[in-house]
Design a protein around this ligand. Sequence first.
Ligand code: NDP
Length: 281
Amino acid sequence: MRLIDGKVISASVKERVKNEVALLKREGITTGLAVIIVGEDPASKVYVANKKKACEALGIISEEYALPESTTQEELLALIDELNNKESINGILCQLPLPKHLDEQAVINAILPEKDVDAFHPQNVGKIMLGDYDFVPCTPAGIMEMLEYENIDITGKTCVVIGRSNIVGKPMGMLLLHKNGTVTICHSRTKDLKEVCKNADILVAAVGKPRFVTADMVKDGAVVIDVGINRVDGKLVGDVDFEGVKDKCEAITPVPGGVGPMTIAMLMQNTLTAAKKQNKR
Ligand code: NDP
């Protein structure tokens, strides 16, 4: 079993981004990310703080807009409009989930596609489908980066993704398909999930259920990517029963220290890509 170390791989991505940000700066071009957070969700606050820290370490200017829970749709859209027009801001991210009274899709739609570093805007989603894209949602992008770093060839492989969310499962399936994998996307209505998973050369678990993937669902020699972040008795646990599965795998990502650190690194990459595009580099 080989451990796929997200800390090492994300550090190499961040180093690459940091160098490119510095090169742009020498040409007088700054790289800036605006992060909007509405309300007091504790997990969201931690994510936003981590994003800010990563920006600072890489020379990316970060602006945080912490709005109260009572913010109206109009107020939020007005802020996005202002940031869309702000030259020093290359990327805009609105931390999800939003409070219930706000229309998430309308907010995503309002962000200029060229500043949409989360790649959630319908235009960017469509481009991923077509295979002609600048931004990929950060988590699936991070997983592709890990597979490449580990020299794991996808061509012709049977790839199974458990989960069909717009932010992980669906784009993950498309990216694996673009790399010539034979892809199955599973969900809560999938029949014989165990049998489907057992065929996978590459198995990606994005379910949101602690230790959901057990050894009997994994083929000998599979590559297993665990996207899950679940809190059990105060501990972070993935969607894969790591202890039970690890000895069957050719390679596996741990939780924590696997996909998680990659997600932030790819956000930094997307912000750099936005700055380069907007400055025709
Ligand atoms: P969602 O809740 O949006 O999606 C979960 C998916 O799992 C759904 O498609 C659901 O199916 C499917 N599912 C649920 N139960 C079963 C089941 N019994 N059998 C088969 N499929 C099932 O979650 P996300 O995609 O947003 O996130 C998934 C996990 O990844 C979470 O733990 C989340 O915290 C984590 N995550 C980690 C990130 C990171 O940086 N590492 C980033 C983003 C997410 P259906 O559609 O039928 O309901």
